[in-house]
Design a binder for this molecule. Structure first.
Ligand code: ADP
Length: 186
């Protein structure tokens, strides 16, 4: 599996970033977080950052035109040719089919998807504790609505494709890591 890509799916606060970082190190592949890329662009005040800021601050998805080419380019880097972990992308069905088309065009092997499952109540508590700029109650509520409306349909999408592995994310980080390592064989 180390030869191919892995998508980390799950609601905000599910632990995707933490776990993706560990699994990426274990498989020696880059951890590509679209949220992190956008936050960095905002910090640095780049044109992308300026365009993305309001969406990110309010908990809405940035428009596809800001994110699709960025991901295509990032997956083209030499460090991503032996595999990669995407965290925070795809976040809606059109992003998922863009990724499928891209990988097919580039003759990449099929990718795996892991879905971290965590109940809402736990997510909200975790996000409030984390306290990032977009982790206040109103924005969290928006991000959960966006997740259920736009991102959660991907569970069905990937179940139909047959590459989805669901993992219970409502456990200690160490337990989740162990479960992921078993599923992803690293
Ligand atoms: P979380 O998963 O905790 O919500 P992320 O770091 O993944 O945090 O994302 C933070 C914000 O960045 C999102 O709320 C959204 O505004 C923006 N974002 C990240 N990835 C995408 C994407 N693939 N498409 C659109 N917007 C995105």
């Amino acid at each position: 599996m180390a030869e191919s890509g892995i998508v980390f799916l799950g609601p905000p606060g599910a632990g995707k970033g933490t776990q993706a970082e560990i699994i990426a190190a274990c498989l020696h592949v880059p951890h590509i977080s679209t949220g992190e890329i956008l936050r960095e662009a905002i910090r640095e005040g780049t044109p992308l950052g300026h365009k993305a800021q309001t969406y990110v601050d309010q908990g809405h998805l940035v428009p596809n035109e800001l994110i699709l080419e960025l991901v295509a380019e990032r997956l083209h880097h030499s460090d991503a040719q032996k595999g990669w972990i995407l965290d925070g992308f795809p976040r809606n069905v059109s992003q998922a089919s863009f990724l499928d088309d891209l990988l097919e065009k580039r003759h990449h092997p099929p990718h795996q998807v892991v879905n971290l499952e965590v109940p809402d109540k736990v997510l909200i508590d975790r996000l409030l504790l984390r306290g990032r700029k977009d982790d206040n109650e109103e924005v969290i509520r928006n991000r959960l609505v966006v997740y259920y409306e736009q991102t959660s349909p991907l569970i069905d999408y990937y179940t139909k494709k047959g590459n989805l592995h669901s993992v219970n994310g409502d456990r200690t980080p160490t337990e989740v890591t162990l479960a992921l390592k078993e599923v992803l064989m690293c």
